[in-house]
Each structure stands twice: as C-alpha cells, then as structure tokens.
Ligand binder design. Structure first.
Ligand code: C5P
Length: 207
C-alpha cells in the first residue's frame, strides 16, 4: 500500500488576530481524495486549512492556518519523499508582510497592505509523485500544461471554475486530466468523490 499526503482547503493569511486574507475553498475536493485513498487501504495524511468538514475514516488529519504552516506540515508528512503528494489546497499566493499581535485600530490602519509572496508548496517539495490542480477562468489547458511542467507533476487536474457545477464549494466537478506524457483525458460532470477515485487509480498506476 502507498503513502499519500494531501492538502485541502484554503489558507488564511493574518493581518492581525481578527483579520485575514483568504479564498472560498471549502476543502471538499481534497477531503474526497483523502477518503478515496483511505478506502483503497493507503496510509493518508490530510493537511487541512480552515474548513468545516468531517475527517474521512482512517485518515490522519493535521489542521493548519497559513501557507507557511501548511508547508511545514507537508514537509513533515512527506518525510523521505517516498509517497504521492496530491495538492488540492487553494493556497494564498500572498500574505501581509507583517502580522500584528493585537487588533489594529481602525483609525490607525493604512489604506494599503504590503504583501509578500508565499512559498509554492507543490513546486518546492520533493517527493516521488506529485499531482496538482489548476483552477482557471481562462486559457485552462495552456495554463494547466505550464503548471504541470513547471511544478514537475505526474498529472495536473484542470478545471474551469466559471463552469456550472465545477470548482469552489460544489459537490460536483468537471475536470480534465493532463498527464506528464502529454495525454489528455476529459471527464464528464461527476461527483468530487468519483473524480477523487479516478485520481487515486491514476496514482496507483505510477511506478
Ligand atoms: O500556480 P497555481 O496556484 O495555480 O497552482 C495550483 C496548484 O499548486 C494546486 O495544486 C495548488 O494546491 C498548488 N499550490 C501550492 N502552493 C502554492 C500555490 C499553489 O501547493 N503556494
């Protein structure tokens, strides 16, 4: 049986203890991948941003808040790198350059926020097989192909988040698998769990 490390949900990038930057990811796709991998008997570590979902049976879950917390938890879970890493998380690309330890007073806040880039977790980590997601609004396949190449992936799961039934918060998804060998598999609209099972089957076929 294999070892799977999966990221899910959004990250939160705090400005102060009560304010943060984030995105609408609910974690459903990543939790479905974790469930599908556990159902097949794999050892699963699920690194989750702030989401309101139940942990699938047989899955070890590690809760994190920011992208940097997520990176540290992923590196710890990947260990020697002999595993499959499936990155479904919608990681915030930027974070505020600083985070105050007390609530910032409205009257004293500046009207600009200085941002710095977050690490690209999927691109940076070293492990045997990496599978990523590309949620796009335009140029879906060319963007997905570029990300697959640049991040050194075995496969990227591309979806157009402007399509009905696909993307953030839904229980369904319409995705296209783009594999490292250039082959393309377009899947019909299906439940996220069905997509997840297809992803796990693909990962099981990797050497
Ligand atoms: O570059 P983009 O954010 O579109 O890439 C999406 C893929 O990269 C997803 O699989 C996502 O989980 C992963 N990613 C990441 N760390 C980031 C940004 C994206 O792991 N900072």
């Amino acid at each position: 049986m294999g070892r799977y490390v999966i990221t899910a949900g959004p990250t939160r990038e705090h400005l102060d203890p009560v304010r943060f930057l984030t995105n609408p990811s609910t974690g459903k796709m990543g939790f479905a991948v974790a469930r599908a991998a556990a159902e097949r008997g794999h050892d699963v570590a699920l690194i989750a941003g702030p989401v309101a979902l139940k942990t699938p049976k047989g899955v070890r879950r590690i809760d994190v808040t920011s992208a940097r917390d997520m990176l540290a938890a992923v590196e710890d879970a990947i260990g020697d790198g002999d595993c499959v890493f499936v990155a479904t998380a919608a990681v915030a690309d930027w974070r505020p350059a600083s985070c105050a330890d007390r609530k910032l007073k409205k009257g004293l806040m500046s009207d600009t926020i200085k941002l710095v880039r977050n690490p690209d977790i999927l691109k940076g980590v070293k492990c045997r097989h990496k599978i990523g997601f590309a949620a796009e609004t335009n140029d879906v396949m060319s963007e997905a192909a570029r990300k697959c190449r640049e991040k050194g992936l075995a496969m990227i799961v591309a979806n157009d988040v402007t399509e009905k039934g696909a993307g953030f918060g839904t229980d369904t998804n319409r995705v296209t698998f783009l594999k490292a060998d250039g082959s393309v598999e377009r899947l019909p609209l299906m439940s996220k769990l069905a997509v997840a099972r297809r992803i796990v089957r693909f990962a099981e076929g990797l050497a």
